[in-house]
Design a protein around this ligand. Structure first.
Ligand code: PMP
Ligand code: GLU
Length: 402
């Protein structure tokens, strides 16, 4: 008999869609996947070389739990350079991806019954991690009409005596929203007033195409003292497989998270840490190059999505996702694939995703897993040619709907 907490645990649907597309491809099905939440670029050579050198130097043993001092120093320099934030190495914890940083936070901060405010749509792993430690995720909707900008009024109204944390993710997965400075200022005031912790997941910082990335921790001393900033090498440097994420914040919280990590995983991979020293500290031109390419694909896919009958999509301002509204397809009938097959109807995002996989061989993630059943998420971390081909297939399949 498994633990009760497993009764509500949903496995990561983003990773599941990726796995499903891979499996179909291995069976010879020509699937175009918009599922992957990872850059399709290779890790830059300078970063791989740094890992090889570390291996040759014999840096293959346990390191400090929080990360080698050189990497924590590089993280501090990155925060200064990109966010004008002052941290010392003792304020930094390096973990096995930002996902791990976030779980350390949940273990260190949440008692059973504590509430965490979650602007919705949200990344799939936040509510699951919170529930795993007995916390209560409270979804607080954002509006499509504002490009899914943060809604400070609704967040304020959702605060209860049990509210302990508000989690922010800008640029946002899945909506691509870049939260406005005004909204961030208002949430900073709310957090200070109501003594909430702020967790700011800035994993997609390097992929900000419109507007400006503002770290809420940079808005004042008071809010910085209650904020955990989380970031990762995964997206900016195409390093998803290396598993290096990092967090910076008040020393007491970082120490607690480090203690948790010391009993669970110890340090992140030593070799990957040395690669990350080069990633964060070396020349940053490759980052801008990748971001430029994502920006071109963003326009291509959003234009294509808006040309599909029954679909509309707001222009994302960051990350590499388009969050398309497909409610216009609900109620349409899917013709049977072969004689003797049954007609079925589209009633939600799971149906739409299944229909696209079966009738267009296109993989997308249903929005319901991100808190909105009216949407599907498409990652455009794939080539322009595949984006064009995928859109053409979707168009043809949708036109066959009854
Ligand atoms: N935060 C967000 C919003 C994400 O989309 C992801 C997924 N990659 C992560 C954190 C975790 O990234 P990683 O664990 O690869 O650093
Ligand atoms: N975060 C990415 C996504 O949303 C990668 C998969 C995952 O870790 O969930 O697709």
């Amino acid at each position: 008999m498994l633990a009760d907490r497993l009764k509500t645990l949903a496995p990561s649907s983003t990773l599941a869609v990726q796995a499903k597309a891979k499996e179909l491809r291995a069976r010879g099905v020509n699937v175009i996947s918009f599922g992957a939440g990872e850059p399709d670029f290779d890790t830059p050579a300078r970063i791989k070389d740094a890992a090889l050198q570390a291996m040759r130097r014999g840096q293959t043993k346990y390191t400090e739990v929080a990360g080698v001092p050189e990497l924590r120093a590089a993280v501090c320099a990155k925060f200064k350079r990109d966010n004008d934030l002052d941290y010392e190495p003792a304020d930094v914890l390096v973990s096995c991806g930002a996902k791990h940083s976030l779980f350390n936070m949940a273990v260190a901060l949440l008692n059973p019954g504590d509430e965490l405010l979650l602007p919705s749509p949200y990344w799939v792993s936040y509510p699951e991690q919170v529930r795993l430690v007995g916390g209560v995720p409270v979804a607080v909707p954002t509006q499509e009409a504002t490009g899914f900008d943060l809604d400070p009024g609704r967040l304020r109204a959702a605060v209860t005596p049990r509210t302990k944390v508000v989690i922010l993710n800008s640029p946002n997965n899945p909506t691509g929203a870049v939260f406005s400075p005004d909204a961030l200022e208002a949430v900073a005031r709310l957090a200070v007033e109501r003594q909430l912790w702020v967790v700011s997941d800035e994993s997609y910082e390097a992929l900000t195409f419109e507007g400006r990335h503002v770290s809420i921790a940079s808005l004042g001393r008071d809010v910085k003292a209650r904020t955990l900033v989380v970031n990762t090498c995964s997206k900016a440097y195409a390093m998803t497989g290396w598993r290096i994420g990092y967090a910076a914040g008040p020393r007491g919280l970082i120490r607690a998270m480090t203690d948790v990590q010391s009993q669970v995983t110890s340090n992140a991979s030593s070799v990957a840490q040395w690669a990350a020293v080069e990633a964060l500290g070396g020349p940053q031109d490759d980052v801008a190059k990748m971001a430029g390419e994502f920006d071109r694909r963003r326009r291509l896919i959003v234009e294509g999505l808006n040309a599909l009958p029954g679909v509309h999509c707001v222009m994302p301002r960051g990350a590499f996702y388009a969050f398309a509204n497909v409610a216009g397809l609900f109620g349409r009938r899917v013709p049977p694939r072969d004689a003797g097959g049954k007609e079925s109807g589209l009633a939600g995002s799971t149906d739409v995703a299944a229909f696209l996989l079966e009738h267009a061989q296109v993989a997308v993630v249903p929005g319901v897993d991100f808190g909105s059943d009216a949407h599907i998420r498409l990652s455009y971390a794939t080539s322009a040619d595949l984006i064009r081909e995928g859109l053409a297939r979707m168009d043809a399949a949708i036109r066959r709907l009854a």
